[in-house]
Design a protein around this ligand. Sequence first.
Ligand code: RP5
Length: 181
Amino acid sequence: LAYIRGESEKTPEALGVQATKKPLVGVIMGSDSDLPVMADACRVLQSFGVPFEVTVISAHRTPHRMSSYAINATKRGLKCIIAGAGGAAHLPGMVAAMTPLPVIGVPVKGHILDGVDSLHSIVQMPRGVPVATVAINNSTNAALLAVRILGVYDSSYTTAMEQYQSDMEDGVLVKAKKLET
Ligand code: RP5
């Protein structure tokens, strides 16, 4: 999948993100203006060695591309989709409606309503069509959740997650010790 716009400051590569072949996770976003937020998810996936792809798909501006992506996601080998969008953030919900894969929604903060509009658009799905929604701009957690999902069928991801949790705990304890001395 090619990245849509070509400005150097808005390419995944410019943000240290390198998509891989045979992706298991699709990272999609409504606009390349979402990339600085969504790049965190890509970096986390990279750090866990998860094969992923990244691209722009807009529910409103490219509805046909969105349906084609969602409908073909399973047969292309994806196991999970992370979808970020801002404002009238319909992308995660619409993709979830067209694939049986788990979809994780990232509400991207816009300029006007502080991301609460995006959060509500993504979290308020009707019964029957779930989107696992993370906090506003928190694509890091979306990727961590994707790693946990992958761990259900590949225990190496669960082992890596256990290591991550242990390192996180150690990091906090080191900081706590510094405060106590
Ligand atoms: C949404 O509209 C995108 O996800 C983005 O967060 C927002 C603004 O898009 P741009 O006008 O910056 O392309 O669809």
